[in-house]
Design a protein around this ligand. Structure first.
Ligand code: NAP
Length: 244
């Protein structure tokens, strides 16, 4: 017998686009969404790693697409295979430790292109092409760095904070289509974005311990599902108690 309460958290019949699906959070989000019944359009730059994620997806009909999302051409190719989707999770991103005194114009441009321009312009094209169905869900992967100051991550922090502004405005613009727009702001989660020594240093800041990719994936599943139909324009901080 169907259970309406459980069905609200299901992704059965939905198609979800996940960027950064070749590694870390995006990879686990793709796997967790497929476990919940979704068909996945998965994208990344590294063919071997993307194929590895593809092999781990439950179910059939998933579409892998290689591409650099800082390039308009990469975003266009992804758009061609992302028609009629129910959700997008923007996980592709880079992190570099860089105190402002050592910042170069090229370093800032790279940070902007990967962490701000790419997810924003991909969203713009998806909306322009009416690729996101009504009641859909758009998720930007932010960071606790969007909300607090941390030495050495100014450029990264600024791009994530910039997306907070986009989320609020876009949530209002898309409300008429009942498309929700939210962010997830994790603190330190064990993924390849961190060096082993960096993660060790982070442990002491987290009363609940470091996050696991599955913790973030569970939040993404919720924000993609109908269970979160009344939530928009917000950011879910997931920090194991680190910024209380
Ligand atoms: N892990 C954490 O503790 C943490 C905390 C807060 C926020 N975040 C955010 O979560 C997101 C994912 O991080 P992660 O930990 O999963 O990192 P990760 O394991 O290094 O994965 C990054 C992903 O982004 C993709 N990517 C990078 N630049 C790209 C580009 N130009 N075009 C297309 N794809 C690109 C990579 O693709 P390829 O590998 O195929 O090149 C990879 O799939 C990032 O936005 C990060 O800022 C992470």
């Amino acid at each position: 017998m169907s259970n309406p309460a459980r069905n609200a958290f299901s992704l059965e019949g939905k198609t979800i686009l996940v960027t950064g699906a070749s590694s870390g959070l995006g990879k686990q989000i793709a796997i967790s969404c497929a476990e919940r019944g979704a068909r996945i359009v998965l994208t990344g730059r590294d063919s071997e790693r993307l194929a590895n994620t593809h092999r781990q997806l439950h179910g059939k009909g998933h579409i892998p697409m290689l591409g650099d999302l800082t390039e308009a051409e990469g975003r266009e190719r992804l758009l061609q295979v992302s028609q009629k989707i129910n959700g997008v999770v923007h996980c592709a991103g880079i992190q570099k430790h860089c105190p402002i005194r050592q910042l170069t114009e090229q370093g800032m441009t790279d940070m902007y292109a990967a962490n701000f321009l790419a997810p924003l312009m991909l969203t713009q094209r998806l909306l322009q092409a009416n690729a996101i169905l009504p009641q859909g869900s758009i998720i930007f992967m932010l960071s606790t760095a969007a909300h607090i100051g941390t030495r050495g991550v100014g450029p990264y922090s600024a791009m994530k904070a910039g997306l907070v502004g986009i989320i609020k405005c876009l949530a209002l613009e898309q409300a008429k289509h009942k498309v929700r727009v939210n962010g997830i702001s994790p603190s330190a989660v064990v993924t390849p974005i961190w060096g082993a020594d960096q993660l060790e240093a982070q442990k002491v800041r987290h009363p609940l311990g470091l996050g696991e990719a599955r913790d973030v994936a569970n939040a993404a599943v919720y924000l993609l599902s109908d269970a979160s139909r009344w939530i928009t324009g917000t950011s879910l901080v997931m920090d194991g108690g680190s910024i209380l």
